[in-house]
Design a protein around this ligand. Structure first.
Ligand SMILES: Nc1nc2c(ncn2[C@@H]2O[C@H](COP(=O)(O)OP(=O)(O)OP(=O)(O)O)[C@@H](O)[C@H]2O)c(=O)[nH]1
Ligand SMILES: [Mg+2]
Length: 340
């Protein structure tokens, strides 16, 4: 019988070291990729194409149980979509929300619950319950009990890198040994874990559409990833300003009155602020080689967030006339009601 890697779910093999699932000795429980990823953070082994071909809908259709949608508090719109409900088909569905601890403490559980409820309404979807993960032992116990009331088989479903495997490890008090990493596309196939009277199914994440992160190497990704508590930075502006996030986009903000911008980005995200009148120089040296998509937002609200997919968001306060985003990829930004 074929043996499955305990870390990522891929079938183990000891024949071809250049192929997925390779382990030197047949008696080993994890593949070389998982070993190198966990012990050395070796990113050269991660490829988006390794998970793109997986038919998640078919895999899940062959299972019975509660589908637990893993939604990322940092990116509710991007991590909670119709595609998740499609793969669950007619199974019972509940939501867990991860990464709340990365948001500023001013974002309460209630605020997050409201934001997720709003997203569900816009998708015209209902779920059995919603649980915001607080990472305490009582909280994990409460989640296990909530799951038990519905089913003893729990299928974790979500986009890549949203914390599915991390949550299963936490619920099993780390006895499951699933491989996790800051990089997307870590889990490669269905992986079954038994804990007390429950069976958890870890699944490979749904692959995102083309995003900025596909324009850089997996190694560079760490610079932009929101993995530690966000430290917001506030800029008081009294003239039109351009904010460059290199090498992806520039955001121009036009206002006739003073306004403030608070950024919620990784501490190492390369952000540069220049006045719109001096933008050209910067633009020429960093972005002029690329064809740019231009999106213009007319603003009616004086408190809103401009969300940049996978990177973070700008909270904008004041009477703004217009925001123009020049971006190397289409559809990477959107406006939402201010989260804070
Ligand atoms: N701070 C914080 N980090 C989290 C949380 N959940 C997950 N992470 C981090 O997010 C990253 C991705 O976690 P994984 O568990 O590998 O995500 P996944 O959904 O299994 O990803 P794929 O296997 O690629 O689909 C890791 O660096 C985790 O440490 C959380 O609640 N808080
Ligand atoms: Mg995983």
């Amino acid at each position: 019988m074929s043996k499955i890697c305990k870390g990522c779910g891929i079938e183990l093999q000891s024949i071809d070291s250049s192929k997925l699932g390779y382990c030197q000795k047949p008696e080993q429980d994890i593949c070389q990729r998982c070993y190198r990823l966990s012990h050395y953070g070796d990113t050269s082994l991660i490829h988006k194409s390794d998970t793109e071909h997986i038919d998640l809908k078919k895999t899940i259709s062959e299972l019975e149980g509660l589908c637990l949608l893993v939604v990322d508090a940092l990116d509710i719109e991007g991590s909670l979509s119709q595609a998740l409900f499609d793969v669950c088909q007619d199974k019972p569905v509940a939501i867990v929300c991860t990464k709340k601890d990365i948001l500023p403490s001013t974002v309460s559980v209630e605020k997050l619950e409201r934001a997720i409820a709003l997203r569900l309404r816009s998708l015209k979807q209902k779920v059995l319950w919603l649980h915001i993960i607080l990472h305490t032992s009582d909280d994990y116990q409460a989640l296990l009990d909530q799951c038990r009331e519905v089913d003893h088989n729990i299928i974790f479903v979500g986009y890549v890198n949203r914390g599915k495997s991390t949550l299963i490890n936490a619920l099993c008090q780390q006895s499951s040994g699933l491989t996790v990493s800051v990089y997307p596309h870590t889990s490669l196939n269905l992986n079954q874990v038994t804990y007390e009277d429950l069976t958890f199914y870890d699944t490979p994440g749904i692959v995102d559409e083309l995003s900025f992160l596909d324009l850089i190497s997996i190694k560079e990704y760490k610079q932009y990833a929101l993995s530690k508590k966000i430290k917001p930075n506030t800029y008081q502006c009294d003239s039109p300003q351009s904010f460059f996030i290199l090498p992806f986009l520039v955001i121009e903000i036009y206002a006739s009155e003073p306004y403030s911008i608070t950024t919620y980005l990784s501490n190492t995200c390369p952000l540069h602020r220049v006045s719109v009148s001096r933008e050209e120089h910067y633009y020429l040296s960093h972005l002029s080689d690329y064809p740019m998509d231009i999106q213009s937002y007319d603003i009616e609200n004086d408190k809103l967030d401009l969300v940049i997919k996978h990177i973070g968001w700008f909270s904008i306060k004041g009477k703004i006339d217009q925001i123009v985003v020049k971006s190397r990829l289409k559809d990477q930004t959107h406006l939402r009601k201010a989260m804070l």
